[in-house]
Design a protein around this ligand. Structure first.
Ligand SMILES: [Zn+2]
Length: 411
């Protein structure tokens, strides 16, 4: 892709901030357009495509089917499930010309259960496993921390519909496996905590990482595996084990909630021929939120430093006007060889383009300018800073090495 055909201008950040959003904004990945609403710009969409793709793969490996349910949900479903009151302040509502009240996609448990109620599944067809990837809308009164508490965000969510409690417990391991594989693949040092004094009446697991955003505090026991997630810092001693707790500023990446029959009981969700409501659990992970946290973890003082699996492109190719034709041919060749290339032929100083390359954080940078002659590439690896003069074969070798080294980061 050609840099000048759609990428936004970069700007150097004002300070060396730990906040991932600052680096995404500086490098032209994201732009805040109104309170709690952030546009994902072209390179961010490429990153989102990669992380969504990985989430999709891990869900399918665990036997989940992808679905896409409409954003408009009839309000009466929420009244029926008994959750309208609790979510009241968070709804974006609208009344359409049919006179009915609708909620715009805060989450989809009600829609999923309603779809089940309108279908004809028998007990023997269960358990059912679904996942979705899409935008969620919440009326956050005080949006903060960029994508962490925004009004519009991208979620990946999983649903299990099971016959009974035992089956639900067994099936929930699949959600846990998806979370672990996915977060491990991203290379994040995630941990799992329990909700404590939970705002939810259902037991929940929270997947978190230490984060400068301080979206939440996780209290981890200094002597055993107990850990609990809170909105703020509130205790020193663990009520379960009596050990001292350490308070870690963190961000929640995703959670798994066991609803059991809380929603299905009220919505009267029964499989055909059964007289007991089905059991449900939901797992959710904020994909746009993740992108901000990845930027927090994967940057240095010059800009973003993406692992190659997540990066918007493999190679950032910069050329001066004299070598533009050579750069175009090289781009085509590299694409044929399976590389993705961002081609920067902008009429500006090479120095300025190099600053942009550091900000954008694409794993390999190639320059065609005065330092080399035709056929020779000035190559730099963004992460290590290692530079060399070589050809296409060296470039492909580095690409393979980057893929191999990434798999060691994941756990
Ligand atoms: Zn303990």
């Amino acid at each position: 892709m050609l840099y000048s055909s759609g990428l936004f201008r970069t700007k150097l950040p004002q300070r060396n901030d730990a906040d991932g959003l600052i680096w995404l904004e500086s490098a032209g990945y994201a732009k805040k357009i109104s309170s709690g609403c952030i546009a994902l710009l072209p390179p961010a969409v490429l990153v989102l495509e990669k992380i969504s793709g990985a989430f999709r793969r891990f869900c399918r490996e665990q036997g989940f089917w992808e679905m896409f349910l409409p954003s408009l949900q009839e309000m009466f479903l929420w009244e029926k499930s008994g959750r309208a009151e609790r979510f009241a302040g968070l709804f974006c509502e609208t009344t359409l010309k049919d006179g009915k009240r609708y909620v715009i996609n805060p989450t989809q448990e009600e829609s999923m259960v309603n779809l089940f109620c309108q279908s004809d599944f028998k007990d023997k067809d269960m358990p059912l496993r679904y996942f979705q990837i899409g935008e969620r809308i919440r009326n956050e009164l005080q949006p903060s921390h960029g994508f962490i508490r925004s009004r519009s965000f991208v979620m990946g969510d999983m649903y299990i519909l099971a016959r009974n409690e035992i089956e639900l417990s067994e099936e929930m391991h699949r959600m846990d496996e998806v979370m672990r594989s996915f977060l491990g693949w991203l290379g994040l040092p995630y941990k799992k905590a329990s909700y404590y004094f939970a705002p939810l009446e259902s037991p929940a697991d929270s997947f978190w990482v230490p984060s400068a955003t301080k979206q939440c505090f996780v209290h981890t026991c200094t002597a055993c595996i107990n850990s609990y997630r809170f909105g703020k810092q509130i205790m020193d001693v663990c009520p379960n084990c009596g050990h001292l707790m350490e308070n870690v500023p963190a961000v929640e990446l995703g959670d798994i909630v066991r609803h059991g029959t809380i929603i299905t009981g009220k919505m009267n969700a029964l499989s055909i021929g059964s007289n007991k409501p089905i059991q449900t659990a939901v797992g959710g992970i904020g994909l746009s939120r993740l992108m901000q946290i990845l930027a927090e973890y994967y940057h240095d003082e010059h800009g973003l430093v993406w692992p190659i699996e997540i990066a918007p492109f493999d190679i950032h190719l910069i050329a001066n006007q004299e070598r533009a034709e050579e750069a175009k041919k090289l781009t085509k060749n590299l694409e044929i060889l399976g590389c993705t290339v961002l081609l920067d032929l902008r009429d500006q100083s090479i120095g300025r383009s190099l600053i942009d390359a550091d900000l954008l954080g694409i794993p390999m940078r190639v320059v065609l300018a005065n330092k080399t002659t035709t056929g020779k590439l000035d190559i730099k690896v963004r992460k290590t800073g290692i530079t060399l003069i070589g050809g296409i074969s060296e470039l492909l070798e580095i690409k393979n090495l980057l893929y191999e080294s990434k798999s060691q980061i994941g756990n």
